[in-house]
Write a protein that binds this ligand. Structure first.
Ligand code: HEM
Length: 187
């Protein structure tokens, strides 16, 4: 796949994404003894979650590449229609997501979903063209954080679950998303 991505266990990925959004705030509210020896840290920070995801994706890369050499991700998720359904559901979830919904104000969600679908068709091995902006330019003014990124990734995971994608396919698209993080997260 063009995205240069990969992972380890999808379960771990989903656990990491599920822990996103507001975890730092929640932890900050707890009383923390000066010696944290006996303190159980319940939630990793967004930065820690991202680091874990990147490591898992790197470890899984060979297996993912082997699968993609046999059949493209595009083929395995039902082509453009399969991608389009998951993208549309993901964008719907963004609009409802407390962490990132402010970024969706005034956005033409149908146009956005169409652009993202074209982008993913090309990136997953399908026939097509992407005419939108590059990822750095498209997200440059959003001031996205790792917490925003994880919230968006969680929505993508939920949409793929809802569409009943296979574990391999969920892993591959999530890792494609992770591989693009540095282009969209600017603070
Ligand atoms: C690796 C992760 C991401 C990918 C692959 C991605 C993909 C895209 C693509 C293809 C576009 C269309 C660009 C264009 O129309 O020229 C776009 C725009 C947009 N993305 Fe992302 N995105 C990612 C992360 C995020 C995150 C975390 C958010 C947070 C909500 C976000 C929100 C938006 C919004 C609001 C737009 C519309 C910008 C505009 O039209 O002014 N994206 N994204």
């Amino acid at each position: 796949m063009d995205f240069k991505a990969s992972t380890t266990g999808l379960l771990l990925l989903m656990v990491a994404f599920a822990g996103c959004g507001g975890s730092a705030e929640e932890t900050a509210g707890q009383s923390t003894p000066a010696s944290s020896e006996s303190t159980t840290k319940l939630e990793p920070s967004p930065d820690e979650n991202v680091a874990g995801l990147e490591q898992m994706c790197a470890e899984a890369q060979p297996a993912m590449e082997a699968r993609q050499a046999t059949a493209t991700l595009f083929q395995r998720v039902g082509g453009r229609d399969g991608l389009q359904a998951v993208v549309a559901d993901t964008v719907r979830r963004y609009v409802e997501n407390e962490q990132i919904k402010h970024l969706m104000e005034g956005v033409d969600t149908e146009h956005l979903a169409a652009q993202v679908t074209d982008f993913l068709v090309v990136g997953t091995g399908g026939e097509g063209e992407y005419h939108g902006r590059d990822m750095t330019t498209a997200h440059a003014n959003m001031n996205l954080t790792n917490a925003d990124f994880l919230a968006a990734g969680s929505d993508l995971g939920a949409a793929m679950d809802s569409a009943r994608w296979g574990e391999d396919e969920k892993q591959e698209l999530l890792c494609a998303f992770v591989a693009l993080r540095e282009q969209v997260v600017t603070r």
